[in-house]
Design a protein around this ligand. Structure first.
Ligand code: T6T
Length: 324
């Protein structure tokens, strides 16, 4: 009996010893390439990705360029491919310009998943053979986000007057879709005129001067939709500098911590927070699932949290503010 018990104990301890050693043999390296490194949105995405990497025993590498631009992102991607990670998660900075650089990763046998933004049409694994090679797309529903922004701005301005979109540049899937959703919804509001979009190259200072220039040309301007973090921050600063706080309404996409003050002072009416930590978490989980021979969904949609003066102090809402 004693021998049997000792053998059983030995079996248990051997089992306990073997399991972690096996897990360690399969330590995967997953690279996350953000749109840019100095943006609370991607800093928060990295945190979510790291949480999943820690839970799964994965090595996460975060490498990106300091600005949102294919010219600086492609060399980073090339450097990452040269190191042969087990999978690449990337927020492509252009729908078209990142197709061929990412095809190199795919041809090298490195699975590609896009997070936040997509390449081509965003329809992956269709067999079309164009830009359908990424395994999955994990992101907010950006058309819906634009529609939500339009409804919020329409409400804020009493459903009438002139507004415009402060946007980054054409060719970025996310911000293109937000503008599309915004205009689609505004077409249902006959009292509202949408002026020409102003492109700021992700530069908040440029967005601020554009606001002032549009306001100078249209003193009856009543609202602006900032289609991403820097567009919104800049447009809001432009409204403040023009002395129009509360008169020209601002609806902001994204939720850096500075949005709290801007909401509380009435400079920003509504902020639409994405859930970047969720995007990063499920990006790593999806890559890991694929690497360990599980099938994965071709698209995962993450949510929004709508912030305004009435709820910004609620911890269940403010927990979606981005990290810095
Ligand atoms: O809005 C996010 C992201 O979704 C977009 O693709 C680029 O801009 C941000 O990173 C915010 O700056």
């Amino acid at each position: 009996k004693k021998i049997a018990a000792a053998l059983a104990a030995l079996a248990v301890s051997v089992g306990v010893l073997i399991a972690p050693a096996q897990a360690q043999d399969k330590k995967y390296t997953i690279a996350l390439i953000p749109g840019l490194t100095t943006d609370g949105f991607y800093i928060t995405m990295r945190k979510g990705a790291q949480a999943a990497a820690d839970a799964l025993g994965v090595n996460l590498v975060f490498q990106g360029a300091p600005e949102f631009n294919p010219v600086t992102q492609v060399p980073v991607l090339d450097a990452v491919i040269a190191k042969k990670p087990d999978a690449i998660l990337i927020a492509p900075t252009d729908k078209v310009q990142l197709v061929e650089p990412l095809r190199k990763a795919n041809d090298a046998g490195i699975p590609v998943i896009t997070v936040d933004t997509f390449i081509g049409t965003g329809a992956y694994q269709t067999g079309a053979g164009d830009a359908d090679f990424p395994l999955a797309y994990i992101a907010s529903d950006n058309v819906l986000g634009g529609e939500i922004a339009a409804r919020a701005l329409a409400t804020a301005i009493g459903d009438k007057g002139k507004v415009y979109v402060s946007n980054v540049k054409p060719g970025i899937s996310t911000t293109d879709q937000r503008e599309e959703g915004f205009k689609k919804e505004m077409a249902k509001h006959p009292g509202i005129t949408v002026l020409e979009t102003q492109f700021n190259d992700d530069d908040a200072n440029k967005a601020a001067s554009q606001l002032q220039a549009v306001f100078a040309r249209n003193p009856d301007l009543v609202g602006v939709f900032g289609a991403n973090l820097f567009s919104a921050l800049g447009a809001a600063n432009g409204v403040k500098q023009a002395g129009q706080t509360g008169t020209v309404k601002v609806v902001a996409f994204d939720a850096p911590t500075s949005i709290v003050d801007n909401i509380n002072t009435g400079l920003v009416d509504v902020a639409i927070a994405q859930h970047p930590a969720e995007i990063g978490y499920f990006g790593v989980v999806s890559a890991y699932a694929h690497l360990t021979s599980h099938s994965i969904p071709v698209s995962i949609g993450t949510g929004f949290t709508i912030m305004d003066k009435s709820n910004i102090a609620d911890p269940n809402i403010s927990k979606y503010l981005y990290s810095e």
